[in-house]
Design a protein around this ligand. Sequence first.
Ligand code: SME
Length: 158
Amino acid sequence: MAEDLNITTSTDKTEQYTALIPQIEALLYGEPDLVANLANICAALKEQFKWFWVGFYMVKNGELVLGPFQGPVACTRISLGKGVCGTAWQKAETLVVPDVEAFPGHIACSSLSQSEIVVPVFHNGEVVGVLDVDSELLDQFDETDAKFLEQVVKLIQF
Ligand code: SME
């Protein structure tokens, strides 16, 4: 496909995801390289939603290691159960954090980040990584983001 994304100007989240997800699917179609695909997912999400930080941490040798991302530099390694990412990994569930200051053990890669969502990536029933999205505004993520970002990570082929 052409590499230009069609960015919707709608402010409705469902419309934004509904327009974006088929384009992400097309970007990934026929491309077996995991890093390339994770990188394009981050770029597509960042381009549509203009979030502060969008990226993947992937499980490697028992810890989460920074993968492809868009945004400022970030912490490279997160242990199981640590921070929002390590907790989402441990619980194998999506975590929506409206105020990162109120999340015990939140890892502040940037003091600008105020709310966050972390979505586990599954392969063969195991968490193999997480998609982490940060906003510099409070309370930016909800069940709609959880639902659609879970659909996005299901597009990843291993
Ligand atoms: N805040 C995350 C760490 C990763 S950065 O936000 C990019 C956490 O608490 O796990």
